[in-house]
Design a protein around this ligand. Sequence first.
Ligand SMILES: [Zn+2]
Length: 486
Amino acid sequence: MRRSGWLVLALTGVAGCGSGGSTHDLVIAGGRVIDPESGLDGVRSVGIRDGKVVTIAEGELTGAKIIDATGLVVAPGFIDLHAHGQDDENYRVMALDGVTTALELEVGTEDVPGFYASREGKALINFGASVGHIRTRMAVMGDQGPFLPTGPGGRQAASDADIAAIRGRIEAGLAAGGLGVGFGLQYTPAATKWEVLEMFRAAAKFGAPALVHTRSWGTTDPGSSVESYLEVIAAAAVTGAPLHFHHLNSTSLESTPRTLQLVEEARARGLRVTAEAYPYSAGMTDISSPLLDQFENAPDSTYGKMQLVSTGERLTRASFRANRKPGVAVILHLNTPEMEALAMKSPFTAIASDGGLRSGLGHPRSAGTHGRLFGHYVREGGQIGLADAIRKSSLLPAQVLEGFAPAFAKKGRINVGADADLVLFDPATVTDRSTYQQPNLPSEGFRYVLIGGVPVVEGGQVVSGVWPGQGVRGTGQPKAAPTSAP
Ligand SMILES: [Zn+2]
């Protein structure tokens, strides 16, 4: 079939003119195609060949395989900018939630080539990672934490020589194709403003984004969300590195109106600043990390906002202290539904899960982020329009990265030449099912998910034995030096 397809392609001389005579590897027939870039929203058939969309037509198309998409929305696959779960357990529930590309951009990795090599040819969906300041700092400072810092990586000041060593490793990670520089400043409180600037300079040298979990979330200075957002907006302005805020919801809390305003104002000034949010009012982290040092001497009433992932029990001062060891995950009930919704609805927030399951345990955002977006926010609440929710899940995250990683210019949209990373879902039934008690229950309603034209979800079930996921990388090239202002 492929050979005859090529023959037709050669004879017509163009791919994607809408001709019904072409033969395709796969045709998605008669779905409601929504492309957030062109604004297309209509019933079309989509023809796929060699992993790419080659035809979008109003009439019928021929192909070796046909998927009847009648009644389903056909959207670009979702790109999750914040996915800590980078293994098969997580890729499966993410595929069932409509995700086609899972990116670990916040914590990132200290070993970019190793991250990609260990997943190549074995991944259900596409994957990628930044080079992470947290993990690189841990390596230089000698922190043994399994994922986040538990010792000097977070709490010990770096000398000038240490900072130079961290920056050198960060630049090596960018040269190896890392998708930007990840930061978790609340996990590395000992990192000075100058250290952060040095890492932004490394990002700027490659034209790579700085992807930041900010330093603090209080409402008063020092230590406010506003102060911590200004720290990195200033770093972006001084260095020229594009800036992305991870989970604006969970680092802003009741200051969400103010941090959204700061992002909007910085964008209006011409800075390349973007943000993301997830649709839950609780967060999750490792109980031993420096982020929770502030709870050591908190009022008694604060401890009940923390919930052990392993047992579901709410904490007290005594049980917080008893459980404070590496590898113990805790849910943090710190935000309100009102602030969550504000962050979700902003036109410039991408939707990103911050998910990561381990042996079925974790936060419901891992399996349910997009099910909850399209079930709760779009269908039930009417708070976000269907096409806008698709844009926030596909085109917007692609645009965060495409200036530095051109591969993303072929993702997040449905046009001729785009990668055939697609999701087909039923807008009338799509929903999340994961809960704080059962965080790994997969979403429902995402009927088909394609990675480069290969179905990884068919009829709402994961297809076994296919590994079409590809590593997506940055350019690895330093940018030409910018011209200086007069
Ligand atoms: Zn974070």
